[in-house]
Every structure is written in structure tokens, then in C-alpha cells.
Design a protein around this ligand. Structure first.
Ligand code: E4P
Length: 219
């Protein structure tokens, strides 16, 4: 399973990249706003800065909600860097935009997906990635992981190439469950990725090993 980090924070992106396990980055307008990144020029510069840090795909979201606007913005984003994946919302014109970019070999990520039907449409339109929002479904008492399982089944039934990018991942158990469900990618915050490292038996075991080693060096 590929690991993407879901942030526009350059420090977090650098830290995940330095770990050596990062496959890409996803952002959205809210994450950009959280970092104080506003206005077209600043946003484009920030995407470029992210691309300069990471090796993998970087999802950059269009703001327009009409086909012409999404095409205009998406083409501008795609020209920034070959790592850019144009992120398009799951709306009617979004489906048309996915098809437009897919026909031209430009990578896309269909965002704000909350149902199997939406995921099926995104795959039919040739999306590179589909982003079901696991955490936001859990927030409203729907099972986000169950949606990943459902999409996996449908995509496998018809051998769709679209990759399932489990989004809105909030904690390390989400990551494990996404891996069990066969998600191709997960995107989550640095805290969820780092939490995978943690186990109390690792900490206590290491402390014992070091203490026992120190006894030998004292002789
Ligand atoms: C997807 O790409 C979104 O950026 C993201 O995962 C949304 O997560 P949230 O529900 O934690 O805001």
C-alpha cells in the first residue's frame, strides 16, 4: 500500500520524506488555508515547493466547479510539475473533466467520494485515483472501511485500473484497516503515520536490551 501524507505543511512533508516511506502528498483548499496559503500565485508556488521535496505524486485541487474552469485550472496545475495529479470533485462536470484529462494522459484524483456508485463513475471516467473519505463517513456513523471493501470488490470484478486512495484517514488503526481491505493508497496526517511505530513492548524491550548490553561494557 502506498503512503501519502495529507497536508500542506512543508515540515511534516519533509519529515515523512526523510523517513523514506513516503509515496506522495495530497492537499486540499482547507489544508492550504491552514498553512496560510491563499491566492493563485502563492498556491502555485506552494505546490511547486511540495513537488521539490517529494518523489511521488502530489494532488493539487481545482477550485472551479464548471468544466471549462476545471480544465483551465487543471492544465495550469499539471504544467507546474510532472508530479502533479489534478484533484477534481465528484460532481457532474467533474466526471467530464476526469474523462478530459484521462484522454490526454494527465493524472487525476477524484475527491469527495462517499459511495460505491460515485467510485464506479470515477473509474468509468478513467480517474487515476479515487478518494473515498473514510474518516468523514465514520464521523456520521457510516462505516468508512466498509466502503473501501465495497469499492475493492467492484474494481476487482471489472479490473478497473483506478487506484483506491483511502482519504480522510485519521489514525493508525484506519491505516491498518485500509491495508486489510486492499486499498492501493492511504493518505493521512504525519501523526497517524508515526503512530504506526509505537508499541510499548518495543520500548520496554529496547530498554532491556540496552541495559543488558551496558552491563557487559561495564565489566
Ligand atoms: C483527501 O484528499 C482530503 O485531503 C482529506 O483526506 C480530507 O481529510 P479530513 O476529513 O481529515 O479533512
Amino acid at each position: 500500500m502506498k503512503f501519502f501524507i495529507d497536508t500542506a505543511n512543508l515540515e511534516h512533508i519533509r519529515e515523512a520524506q526523510d523517513l523514506g516511506i513516503l509515496d506522495g502528498v495530497t492537499t486540499n483548499p482547507s489544508l492550504m488555508a491552514k498553512e496560510g496559503i491563499f491566492g493563485k500565485d502563492q498556491v502555485l508556488r506552494h505546490y511547486k515547493a511540495i513537488c521539490d521535496i517529494v518523489d511521488g505524486d502530489v494532488s493539487a485541487e481545482v477550485i472551479a466547479t464548471d468544466l471549462a474552469g476545471m480544465i483551465r485550472e487543471g492544465e495550469e496545475l499539471a504544467e507546474l510539475d510532472e508530479k502533479i495529479v489534478v484533484k477534481i470533485p465528484m460532481i457532474k462536470d467533474g466526471i467530464k473533466a476526469l474523462k478530459y484529462f484521462s484522454d490526454r494522459g494527465i493524472k487525476t484524483n477524484c475527491t469527495l467520494v462517499f459511495s460505491a456508485g460515485q467510485a464506479l463513475l470515477a473509474a468509468k471516467a478513467g480517474a487515476t485515483y479515487v478518494s473515498p473519505f473514510v474518516g468523514r463517513l465514520d464521523d456520521i456513523s457510516f462505516d468508512g472501511i466498509e466502503l473501501i471493501e465495497q469499492i475493492r470488490l467492484i474494481y476487482d470484478n471489472y479490473e478497473f485500473d483506478t487506484q483506491i486512495l483511502a482519504a480522510s484517514v485519521r489514525h493508525s488503526m484506519h491505516i491498518i484497516k485500509c491495508a486489510e481491505a486492499g486499498s492501493d493508497v492511504m493518505t493521512g496526517p504525519l501523526s497517524a503515520i508515526l503512530a504506526l511505530l509505537k508499541h510499548p513492548l518495543t520500548d520496554s524491550g529496547l530498554a532491556t536490551f540496552l541495559a543488558d548490553h551496558a552491563k557487559g561494557t561495564q565489566k
